[in-house]
Design a protein around this ligand. Structure first.
Ligand code: GUN
Ligand code: ZN
Length: 428
């Protein structure tokens, strides 16, 4: 049996969406179970894995939790260097910290170094896939996809398009955004594990001409994703209203230009009006919850239970570097805290689903990543459930397996990541 690995430990699996069916029916934690990997893919679970994997290389993760690799459904790799920058809300934060840093990506060497550092940080944190914005520079996209291919990571990315309300040196045009995005899409979409996302940054930084051009590109390439921002801060929404006087609401600025669809990823989506919620549900669009960002930049409290419970598709993300952490564990903890502020407790099973299968669904890659199931890629994160003295002493008091997992979600960081597997290869 070539290239076979048998991993033993607690194994997390899913059979449904734990926000629309009771979590206990949708999420399963197989204690002392097993995963068999052959040639980069998961081929068997549980007793079948143990039986078929008799001759496989053995990896004993007893007491650890074997999860799908985490999927960060919205991030900005070019903001790696300015994460945790103090004191600003969204628009001032963009102008003060983000745009000057993104300007530096005109230098391909800087983009390459940052892309490599960023992906290594993700893997340190157990994140095996990301949907990332790049900058307006096509070479920033090349840098990320190239670094991802070197690590065999399934990454979604796109050139960020902006042709107004951004500084000199950080604007393209409607035509060049179309041309550059098309060239990158043709070159990278479905090449290896790369998927392309057409990426208008957000309505305020695109003219209607640019929005329309990108809508046309999406119509010509309906298999591509589209990623952007939606209704993050109240001031931003007022600004959008002034810039798009004929739009019914923020979502309509996208809808009017062909930028609303099932393969659309809408980051934040905090301050939605009922029409927007209805339309997002009707088209099956993906919402991306960015909890550490929403508190760090002071944006608001995403209605996770209301929206996911109503059947909208939701994934979880760091929104690095508006978000204050690279860690999806920290993002799960922040999602829990925000829901508590709204009066509801999200279960650990639901949090883990959001960071894996839920995120894979909004990325339209559930047939490849986000679950531990035969046929899927062996992208895995192995969590030590007692990784620090503080967590270990709480873990020692756990009453059941879920109670043993929850302290790591709330208090864990990269120290909890015992091992990461990407396409069946253990990261050393
Ligand atoms: N809205 C437009 N651009 C950005 C960005 O880079 N980060 C966040 N959090 N919101 C945005
Ligand atoms: Zn963002």
């Amino acid at each position: 049996m070539s290239n076979a690995h048998l991993l033993t430990g607690h194994v997390l699996t899913f059979s449904g969406d734990p926000f629309v069916t009771p979590w206990a029916d949708a999420v399963h934690l197989g204690e002392n179970s097993a995963v068999l990997i052959e040639d980069g893919r998961i081929t068997a679970l549980g007793d079948a894995a143990k039986a078929q994997g008799a001759h496989a290389a053995r990896h004993d993760y007893t007491g650890h939790l074997i999860c799908p690799g985490f999927i960060d459904a919205h991030a900005h790799y070019p903001q790696t260097g300015i994460i945790a920058s103090w004191g600003k809300r969204l628009i001032d934060w963009l102008n003060t910290y983000t745009f000057p840093e993104e300007m530096r990506f005109g230098d391909p060497a800087y983009a390459q170094a940052t892309a490599a550092r960023y992906l290594d940080l993700l893997l340190d944190h157990g994140t095996t896939s990301v949907a990332s914005f790049c900058t307006i520079h096509p070479s920033s996209v090349e840098a990320l996809f190239t670094a991802a291919a070197e690590r065999n990571m399934a990454v979604v990315a796109g050139k960020t398009c902006m042709d107004r309300n951004a500084p000199d040196g950080l604007r393209d045009s409607a035509q060049s955004a179309y041309d550059d995005s098309k060239a990158l899409l043709d070159r990278w979409h479905r090449r290896g594990r790369a998927h392309y996302a057409i990426t208008p940054r957000f309505s305020p930084t695109s003219t209607e001409n640019q929005m329309a051009a990108l809508g046309t590109l999406w119509a010509e390439h309906p298999d591509a994703l589209m990623q952007t921002h939606l209704s993050e801060q109240v001031d931003e929404i007022a600004w959008v209203r002034g810039l798009y006087p004929t739009a019914r609401d923020y979502l309509d600025t996208y809808e009017q230009h062909g930028l609303l669809g099932a393969r659309g990823l809408y980051g934040h989506a905090i301050h939605l009006v009922p029409r927007e919620v209805d339309r997002l549900r009707e088209v099956g669009a993906g919402l991306v919850h960015c909890p550490t960002s929403n508190t760090f930049i002071g944006s608001g409290l995403f209605d996770l239970m209301g929206l996911a419970g109503a059947g909208l598709r939701v994934g979880l993300a760091t929104d690095t570097g508006g978000g204050s952490s690279f860690s999806m564990l920290r993002s799960m903890a922040a999602a829990y805290e925000i829901a508590q502020l709204r009066g509801v407790a999200v279960h650990a099973a639901q949090l883990l689903w959001l960071a894996t299968a839920g995120a894979a669904r909004v990325l339209h890659r559930a047939d490849e990543i986000g679950q531990i199931a035969p046929g899927l890629a062996a992208d895995l994160c192995v969590l030590d459930l007692a990784s620090t003295p503080a967590i270990a002493q709480r873990h020692a008091q756990a009453e059941d397996i879920w109670d043993a997992v929850f302290p790591t979600i709330m208090m864990g960081d990269d120290r909890a990541v015992a091992d990461v597997w990407v396409a069946g290869v253990r990261r050393t």
